[in-house]
Design a protein around this ligand. Structure first.
Ligand SMILES: Cc1ncc(COP(=O)(O)O)c(C=O)c1O
Length: 369
């Protein structure tokens, strides 16, 4: 967010910012969602909804997962939340107590760590490197002194974009079931992958796990603040009671509109964005490699390239500030995602337009070479 702030200042003073920092699509919600929004504004009261989300949306989400993962998912399994961020807070409160150990990958999405810490949980980070595609493995879990209360995985991951392959994910899910560990599988980047390694869902192996979803990434709807969980029945009542106290319900207008995100027409539009991400990914990976930045995480999915730039700096934060000042290109320093090795890494987001990504690489090349 500090990068965003600095980029906003630079936009005011120079007007030349190209952002490869933002972890969000550069497009609006798909047309059917926009149409449904207009209709809802005209015809609905837009009062509170059911705490767990309106039934048509829960049904659409259940069907979406059933088709994607080939498993039976009922509307009752789905809890709609205020962004997946809202799901994490509810889930952590419902499932964990102060002092419980929760394990996650490093590098990883920083909000897991920060939210868990704010709730008094003990966060243990697994140092995940290139050998395991920056992802946790069963071998790492076996090496823990005792099974943790929870494990969070993200596939595709932020910041690396790497995907856990189907066999390893199934093995992790079985390990968690056998050891009494709640597996939380962040699948919010599903739908954005590039073919080399496909995504699979934790619910294909274990319905004792929690699957996290969101309209933010594939569906191109970050600001609508809608996410969801596929939740084991044991946690449902606690989550419902927490949610009804903390937020009452997710935004009504977003819920009504999001039903239309799961239609064939929306998918056609959204798949077009994924094809653009694929082109942008090629431009970024090619440009970085040619500029001598070759230590890159395999960008299997999401819209990120995560690079080791230890040959250029030992302070990624200051380096990103300098890059913004000298080129107008905003990047995310790795230190946000990895408090140990992140001073030598940086994340490039390629969710923007192809023109912007191409121009950004032109500006960056002299600095990277
Ligand atoms: C891995 C991951 N999980 C969760 C989120 C939160 O997304 P939202 O609250 O918009 O659903 C993000 C946002 O960038 C993310 O990268």
């Amino acid at each position: 967010m500090d990068v965003f702030k600095a980029a906003a200042v630079r936009t005011r003073t120079h007007g030349d910012v190209l952002s490869l920092a933002a972890g969000q699509p550069s497009t609006s919600a798909p047309a059917p969602v926009l149409r449904a929004t207009r209709e809802a504004l005209e015809t609905h009261l837009l009062g509170y909804t059911e705490t767990l989300g309106i039934l048509p949306l829960r049904e659409a989400i259940a069907k979406h997962h059933a088709l994607e993962a080939g498993v039976t998912v009922h509307a009752d399994d789905v809890v709609v939340t205020t962004g997946s961020s809202g799901a994490f807070t509810l889930l952590f409160l419902a499932a964990f107590d102060i002092g419980d150990t929760v394990v996650m990958a490093r590098p990883g999405y920083p909000a897991y760590r920060n939210t868990l810490a704010a709730l008094g949980c003990r966060v243990v980070e697994l140092d995940c490197a290139a050998e395991s595609r920056f992802q946790p493995t069963v071998a790492m879990l076996d090496a823990l002194p005792e099974p943790p209360k929870g494990l969070i995985i993200a596939s595709p991951a932020n910041p690396t974009g790497t995907i856990i392959d189907a066999d390893e994910l199934a093995a992790i899910a079985r390990w968690c079931e056998n050891n009494g560990t709640l597996l939380i599988s962040d699948e919010i980047y599903h739908g954005i992958s590039y073919g080399d390694v496909g995504t699979s869902s934790a619910w294909e192996t274990s319905k004792e796990s929690v699957v996290i979803g969101s309209v933010s990434k594939y569906f191109s709807m970050t600001g609508w603040r809608l996410g969801w969980m596929l939740l084991p029945s044991t946690l449902r009542r606690a989550v419902e009671r927490l949610a009804s106290n903390m937020t009452v319900c997710p935004p009504a207008i977003s819920q009504l509109a999001a039903v239309a995100a799961f239609t064939a027409e929306s998918r056609t539009e959204l798949d077009g964005h994924v094809r653009r991400y694929a082109r942008n990914r090629h431009i970024v990976l090619d440009g970085l490699t040619k500029a001598g930045v070759t230590d890159l995480a395999p960008a299997d999915g999401a819209f990120y390239a995560y690079a080791d730039i230890g040959h250029l700096t030992q302070d990624s934060r200051a380096w990103c500030e300098n890059v913004l000042a000298s080129t107008g290109v905003a990047l995310a320093p790795g230190v946000d995602f990895d408090t140990v090795h992140g001073l030598e890494t940086v994340r490039f987001s390629f969710a923007g337009t192809t023109e912007d990504v191409t121009e950004a690489l032109v500006r960056l090349t002299p600095i990277l070479s």
